[in-house]
Design a protein around this ligand. Structure first.
Ligand SMILES: C[S@@+](CC[C@H](N)C(=O)[O-])C[C@H]1O[C@@H](n2cnc3c(N)ncnc32)[C@H](O)[C@@H]1O
Length: 331
């Protein structure tokens, strides 16, 4: 799937729901504790070099995971975060609410057109975000709002990195759900036919009964085939969550009629679609060494002096996590 960087992930709906669900980080966070390991250390080091009273901005901030690390490293920063999605981290993200409440978050803001004065920030951070937008426009705008001698640092998805590989696996899983087991239409059919048969009582006719049995059997087989795939899988989280939700919804027939159960299946389908868009966008946006070199060149053209790009590695989180590129604006 190829996406046009001019309007791909910047159509915010696939992120809006994600942040409203309360997740604090976009990846490397299966336990939902926020960023740990090499990523947490990286941002702690970056913000430890800030001075109390500095204005700092996080671009593509999501639910504010990087701002939390910033304020833990240096509690007296004036922290700002912007995201294209409609966000409200202090309300939606669980935990760290006291820290998140101190951050000035703005949703529906495109990082290519920031609502801040020239030179307002002493430091700008961004993680897994600028690569989704055209880099020339993002760097021009970041350089505009950065103060002389200000520091800019971006962590970016890497081609062949852990997240890139994991998302390709998830895209293959989604293709399996959609094209091989056809789990969503099979679930809809099972709910419709089985509810009808179960509620027919004494009026149950042979055809309704046969339809229900066939639809239930097909769903059972599709769920078993999907579960088998999760067992031999390195990144089974998305598939497991789909199987769990579908099984729970199907078994809720004693409490609910078909329409609310079918509405829940619509939600699962939407979530799979959003997942597919986010995964495809990540695979598309991740940068190789040439992409990182082009980013450094873009920085230089905008008066930012980049340091040697770093590879962020952490075996406990899956290996190569991404690139870190830091630059300083000229005086
Ligand atoms: C992968 S998430 C990263 C979120 C967070 N920085 C993190 O590390 O978990 C990418 C975020 O970038 C935001 N985004 C993408 N394009 C953007 C743009 N042009 N302006 C502002 N935010 C953007 C998305 O809405 C999304 O919340």
């Amino acid at each position: 799937m190829t996406l046009d960087k001019n309007d791909n992930i910047t159509t915010p709906w696939e992120w809006e729901k994600y942040w409203k669900s309360g997740r604090i980080a976009s990846c490397f966070d299966d336990n939902q504790e926020g960023y740990l390991g090499a990523i947490a250390r990286h941002w702690t080091d970056f913000f430890s070099a800030s001075t109390a009273g500095d204005n700092v901005l996080d671009l593509g901030c999501g639910n504010g995971a990087i701002s939390v690390l910033a304020l833990k490293a240096q509690p007296d920063l004036n922290a700002y975060g912007v995201d294209m999605a409609a966000i409200d981290p202090a309300k939606t993200a669980p935990g760290a609410n006291d820290i998140l409440a101190k951050v000035h978050f703005s949703g529906a803001v495109d990082m290519r057109a920031l609502p801040f004065d020239d030179g307002y920030f002493q430091a700008i951070s961004s993680q897994f975000a600028i690569e989704y937008a055209p880099l020339d426009a993002v760097i021009t705008e970041a350089a505009r709002v950065l103060a002389p001698k200000g520091r800019f640092c971006a962590v970016l998805h890497a081609k062949n990195g852990y997240a890139w590989t994991a998302q390709q696996d998830e895209l293959a899983d989604i293709a399996f759900l959609e094209n091989t087991v056809r789990l969503i239409p099979i679930t809809r059919s099972a709910i419709t036919h089985v509810c009808k048969a179960e509620r027919a009582g004494a009026a149950l006719d042979a055809q309704t009964d046969a339809n229900a049995r066939a639809a239930a059997k097909a769903l059972n087989e599709a769920l078993m085939e999907t579960t088998r795939r999760t067992l031999s899988h390195t990144h089974p989280f998305m598939l497991k969550s789909v199987v769990d939700t579908i099984a729970k919804t199907y078994h809720a027939r004693s409490h609910y009629d078909a329409p609310p159960l079918l509405a829940k299946i619509d939600e699962v389908e939407d979530e799979i679609r959003a997942h597919k868009l986010r995964s495809a966008a990540l695979v598309d946006a991740a940068l190789d060494e040439d992409g990182i070199a082009a980013l450094c060149k873009e920085m230089q053209q905008n008066g930012l002096e980049p340091q040697q790009p770093k590879r962020l590695n952490d075996d406990s989180l899956g290996g190569f996590l991404g690139w870190a590129v830091q630059a300083t604006k000229g005086a």
